[in-house]
Ligand binder design. Sequence first.
Ligand SMILES: [Zn+2]
Length: 274
Amino acid sequence: MRKKAPPAQAYAQISRKLMLRAPAEKPAAARHHAQAYALQDISASRWRAIEHQARFLQLELWNSRNSLWKSDAPNDPIDVLQPGVALKQKGYKIQTVDSLPEETHQGQRIKTAGLLDQDNRVVQISRAFSRQEQFFTSAHELGHVVLGHDGVRIHRDRPMDQVGWYKDQREHEADWFAACFLMPAKQVRSWFGNLFLTEHFILTEQTAFALCTKPIDVVMSRFRTRRDLSIALARANMYGTRPMPSLVELFNVTPQAMAIRLEELDLVADPRPT
Ligand SMILES: [Zn+2]
């Protein structure tokens, strides 16, 4: 069994991108998150090319781990998925700051979570966001760098779950890169199979009890959508009687980001198929 996610300080030197967030998040925000790295704006070939670029960078980090981490070189491929290390390798300076200036968009004040300064090769990330959000933001900025999105000298991003904010294609591409970089298909599939003993989770009396220790009718009343179930699987640190690290802990991402990835990889069946 792989150890739990590295402690917070392990990511203290991770890069932080510029991002923005609504002051008070609504409960529905998680559902809107589903659109955060929606792929419909990207052609299939472009989508695959971005995934390959993320994969190539992962291999590069893995093969260079002894020089990049020296005596702390990771033993597990998941542990090289550190966007801050990759950004530094590409010549970017990473700064973590207490906060970044807010912006106003359509009358709404929005916090800045990260900033990418292409001229000076500096990435700043605000500590106002959770560790997992900062991590995803860092990977998003790494995506801009790797994909050559250098049309804007100083780039700011809003959070993935910013309701009512429509990202342009480059933002979708950077989000997709971040998802592929932080949650490689092969490793997510492998860990999902280890944890839930299946390649395609179907809610049954048995699996519902293993996941929630409740009868299936109670569980069904909790999971109104496939996303609800996917989030529960992403967060689960117990299945049956077996304690385990959750996928969220293993990959250091938000439950919403992991849930989207599980669905993209078709690892979760809709509990209420139409
Ligand atoms: Zn961006």
